[in-house]
Design a protein around this ligand. Structure first.
Ligand code: MEV
Length: 326
């Protein structure tokens, strides 16, 4: 294959929030997720002189590695190798520089976003643009190696960059959203790898399968109600569903005193509802707010110990469709 360009190319991938349904989604229940388009991982591919080999540099972590010497399961190397294998390309002479605005181990999908940015950069450098389904499939391979039993929701929402309903093993369904809504996303400042919280839930489920199945079913019911609220524009009704989902996540054992405190603070400051998002025990929470309350809720969260806050708008959409049905 000789289609590689010789100019630097750049690619990026968004972060994500789980609106409702995390953890239960690992056990076959539906979950709703949305992209966070303003927070991104970026990869730049710069050609190197012949014989230099392929180097990956992650500027945020200070990591620098040569592709041919990286362990087989190194996540960055794995993403690059999977893309090259798919394109049937040998190791290129290339410097891949990574930058990410997404904190690691914080529930915003930083791992999947970095993999997706690398995959896209390799394809772009080879003069191709992969469709979202392919990006999702390749990133899922990396996720499986690093998160034990990932449902596939992170790679899917990040690859498609659209709000969606996800059920494990099924094509995503894009959400119908009749009215835009505003989220304040806050960082508890406590890193918490998803692999560990997923493993903790698995242990609980093995110990008390009936109780955990009941909790997963209750979460699934909230997800269905939330989808109706979004489709009919009843944004105010979504708030209590987030609160109940947070309570159920507490019962699953994946909240923490800091997340409970911050979600309570958001509600007291006027949020319509609030919950942890992603793996939990640390990482981020989301607060659903009326736009005019966003500033007040963000300030209250910061005063209560949130490390950072970020406001994002989820726009209205027009139709509900599955990408694999066209
Ligand atoms: C992580 O963003 C969501 C979890 O449900 C794990 C997964 O679905 O793979 C906690």
């Amino acid at each position: 294959m000789t289609t590689e360009t010789r100019l630097p190319v750049e690619a990026s991938a968004c972060g994500k929030v789980i609106l409702l349904g995390e953890h239960a989604v690992v056990y076959g229940r539906p979950a709703l997720a949305a992209p966070v388009c303003g927070l991104r991982a970026r990869a730049r591919a710069e050609p190197l002189p012949p014989g230099s080999g392929c180097w990956i540099e992650a500027l945020d972590t200070g990591e620098r590695l040569r592709l041919s010497e990286a362990p087989p399961d190194h996540p960055l190397a794995m993403a690059v190798r999977l893309a090259l294998e798919h394109l049937a390309l040998p190791e290129p002479d290339l410097r891949l520089v990574l930058r990410s605005e997404l904190p690691i181990a914080s529930g915003l999908g930083s791992g999947a976003a970095v993999s997706a940015a690398l995959v896209r950069a390799i394809f772009r450098w080879a003069g191709q643009s992969p469709d979202p389904e392919l990006v999702s499939t390749l990133v899922y391979e990396v996720e499986k190696r690093h998160h034990g039993t990932p449902s596939g929701i992170d790679n899917t929402v990040i690859a498609y960059e659209r709000p969606l309903r996800f059920v494990r093993g099924q094509p995503p369904v894009f959400l119908a959203i009749a009215r835009p809504f505003t989220l304040v996303i806050a960082d508890s400042g406590i890193p918490s790898p998803t692999r560990e919280t997923v493993a903790a839930v698995r242990m609980g489920w093995e110990r008390e399968p009936d109780r955990y199945e009941r909790l997963f079913d209750a979460i699934a019911a909230l997800v269905r109600e939330a989808e109706d609220c979004l489709a009919s524009g009843r944004i105010e009704d979504l708030g209590p569903l987030l609160d109940t989902n947070h309570q159920l996540l507490r019962e699953l054992g994946v909240s923490s005193p800091a997340l409970d405190h911050l979600t309570r603070t958001a509600r007291e400051a006027g949020a319509l509802g609030a919950k942890l998002t992603g793996g939990g025990r640390g990482g981020h929470l989301i607060a659903l707010v009326r736009p005019e309350q966003a500033e007040r809720v963000a300030r209250a969260l910061q005063a209560a110990g949130a490390r950072t806050t970020y406001r994002t708008e989820i726009p209205a959409t027009l139709s509900m469709e599955s990408p694999l049905r066209h």
